[in-house]
Design a protein around this ligand. Sequence first.
Ligand code: PLP
Length: 323
Amino acid sequence: MIPRIQLTELPTPVQELPRLSKKLGGPTLAIKRDDLTGLALGGNKTRKLEYLLADAQGQQADILLTTGAAQSNHCRQTAAAASRCGFKCKLVLAGDPPAEYSGNLTLDFLLGADIVWTGQEDRDTVLEREFQRAGNQGHTPYLIPYGGSNSTGAFAYYQAVRELERQAGNNFPDWIVFATSSGGTQAGLVAGAAAWDLDLKVLGISVDERADVMQSKVTALANQVLEKARMSGVINEKDILVDDEYLGAGYGNPGIKEVEAIRLFAREEGLILDPVYTGRAAGGLIDLIDQGYFEKNERVLFWHTGGTPAVFADRYRGVLLGG
Ligand SMILES: *Cc1c(COP(=O)(O)O)cnc(C)c1O
């Protein structure tokens, strides 16, 4: 048994999207609501943190350190998990502090995380230094990698495939489509689909890296997950489906495709997507449907990975409300 601390109620819901499916005129669409994992406004990192924090407890750690962008959902969920389990938490955030906190940063503050800004320095250099410092101060630090994406974190999404299988029964999707970034979510999903020999295509819409970079990262991690789960089988790079056509102006710079997708999901289904990850993935999904990429009789499950607080970040107000 791989140790887990419960931070969320599973399974997260699967919901049909009849109005959106009809409007887009392509495959049948459904959504998996990992924005409802519930820990400090939810998201995909909560599943990973259930295993990462169990590991940290096993190592008698007392402080968690991790890193991300200023509006990192991963950092916010890590801060919340730390509070919930009695760890201290230090977040190394890229760049300089904004004039005012908003979105995820407001939550990081409320959750009591200690925030260190990297300024011009390399993220991992600062993280390593803070890790050493915590040790020197008599703490037992535990390092959570970027996005929670090592085999311990990614194992959570291997388990999520099992969850989906039980939940979906005969209505199992042909495709899963979602936002991929540090690769842990995709690696776990791919490992689960391979381990149980499912007829399932796992398509990651990249939000910040070229497809070949993502493919090699996800392949390595997915094989580590299989090993951890003591399952046989080998995953090859060519089996990893990543679409990097929707990078637009780069990470955290949403454009018209993202904004249109966010509005469409909101107005057809009352669902809130985020400007960085799920908005970009949904923009890609809509474009792929328009191109006839999926068969009409197929079932596509959009995996909502969270990110909701970024909707309230100052830096995205203009683009979300823009004409
Ligand atoms: C981190 C994140 C992702 C990407 O997941 P990875 O496992 O890092 O690839 C997608 N959506 C949201 C909202 C996220 O916060």
